[in-house]
Design a protein around this ligand. Structure first.
Ligand SMILES: CC(C)(COP(=O)(O)OP(=O)(O)OC[C@H]1O[C@@H](n2cnc3c(N)ncnc32)[C@H](O)[C@@H]1OP(=O)(O)O)[C@@H](O)C(=O)NCCC(=O)NCCS
Length: 361
């Protein structure tokens, strides 16, 4: 039987760090409030494009897999903050990689996007349609950030991560996947007025603000991630004790704790990096996955549970068995260009615009 297994991993975090204390200088919040409610201490702010971050994470994943870009059959870019809609953002990534033998598509299921991508890629590989897929999660959420709106400005950050998924006849790879979407909750997390909804001739139309009913999202995230996690455990014939590592979407430390508790799993088996990056949406799980390998948390044959929740409201879980290799075949020195602006300089145009156009209701 053909399995789909991860052979390469990589991530890319932009260099500008934004601490809770820096945000507390802009809005009425505090390091104490943000840390205790979310687990976030700092996040990253990207000075280049989403496609640039996606490209570097992908180069690192290809190097780790020892795969040349020309061998890739399909590239899936999960993002809700692409550079442009036409062309799609993955087209820019394909060009930067030189992966010209690949089909390529963007998908947007927000924070569940990377796991949706893994699910689609697995199906393509197991049915023999393709052999090597690059799946990338990349987000520049700060591009939509209203730095004057404390309910969401403290939550999100930028970054990217990628994996190479390959066909194998060996006994490892993706064991089970479960995806879903609860559109009855679509209004609980949204960026209103973007896309063709935008009244772009109205003054201030660019004062976009991510709005969220935090408590509704919280409840539904815990229920949805727990339910899909249980499903993939059942479908793969694993018990919670068989799982060596849980890598949940890093949205809120309290959500993660509640999901792990509902599963009855050992909290020590959970991978956490939300304190460093905040919620990076579709990039969150591949960023964490690459860190988990690098930190030795993933061992040959590790059984891993991934689960995510996001706008839509989308939900996903994946159970997998890692292969034999936990070291990269190769590395690359490709990186983002350096950033020569401070945080204050980077956000100055946005701050000025929101101060002029945004009125909190
Ligand atoms: C957003 C979230 C951290 C808010 O925490 P909460 O405990 O639910 O807080 P509430 O929304 O009830 O707000 C409590 C108070 O803090 C205030 N508050 C909100 N944001 C604040 C901030 N950044 N700093 C300080 N105070 C803030 C509120 O105005 C409210 O004040 P009030 O009691 O005077 O009205 C939490 O609901 C959450 O994380 N939800 C899930 C969000 C998520 O993960 N989204 C992405 C999914 S992919």
């Amino acid at each position: 039987m053909t399995n789909a297994t991860i052979t390469g991993w990589g991530n890319c975090l932009p260099p500008t760090v934004v601490t809770n204390d820096q945000l507390a200088e802009l809005i009425d919040t505090s390091d104490e409030w943000i840390s205790t409610r979310t687990g976030i201490k700092e996040r990253r702010l990207c000075h280049v494009k989403t496609s640039d971050m996606a490209h570097i994470a992908a180069e690192r994943a290809l190097a780790a897999a020892g795969v040349d870009a020309s061998e890739i059959d399909l590239i899936i870019l999960a993002t809700c903050t692409g550079d442009t809609l036409i062309p799609n953002t993955v087209s820019r990534v394909q060009e930067k990689l030189g992966a010209f033998n690949a089909a390529a598509m963007d998908i947007n299921t927000a924070c569940s996007g990377f796991l949706y991508g893994l699910t689609m890629a697995r199906a393509q590989i197991e049915t023999g349609l393709v052999k090597k897929v690059l799946i990338i999660g990349a987000e520049k959420l700060t591009a939509y950030m209203n730095w004057k709106y404390r309910k969401t400005a403290v939550i999100f950050g930028d970054g990217s991560g990628a994996v190479v998924l390959e066909a194998t006849e060996e006994d490892h790879g993706i064991l089970a996947t479960a995806i879903g979407n609860d559109s009855k909750g679509a209004d609980f997390l949204q960026l209103p007025g973007f896309g063709t909804d935008m009244d772009r001739f109205k003054e201030g139309a660019g004062a976009l603000t991510i709005v969220m009913d935090g408590q509704e999202v919280f409840k539904r995230a815990v229920a949805g991630m727990s339910q899909k996690s249980k499903k993939v455990l059942t479908d793969s014939g694993l018990s919670k004790d068989d799982i060596d590592l849980i890598i949940p979407h890093q949205a809120n430390l309290r959500i993660i704790d509640a999901v792990v508790k509902r599963l009855g799993a050992d909290p020590a088996k959970t991978f956490i990096n939300i304190h460093k990056y905040g919620n990076t949406s579709a990039a969150s799980i591949p960023i964490a996955l690459a860190e988990a390998v690098e930190e030795g948390r993933i061992k040959p044959g590790s059984r891993i549970l991934l689960t995510a929740f996001g706008a839509g409201l989308s939900v996903a879980a994946v159970a997998l068995k890692w292969g034999d290799r936990v070291t990269p075949i190769s590395t690359t020195d490709k990186d983002l260009p350096p950033c020569n602006q401070s945080f204050d300089e980077l956000i100055a145009p946005a701050l000025e615009y929101y101060e002029k156009h945004f009125k909190e209701e």
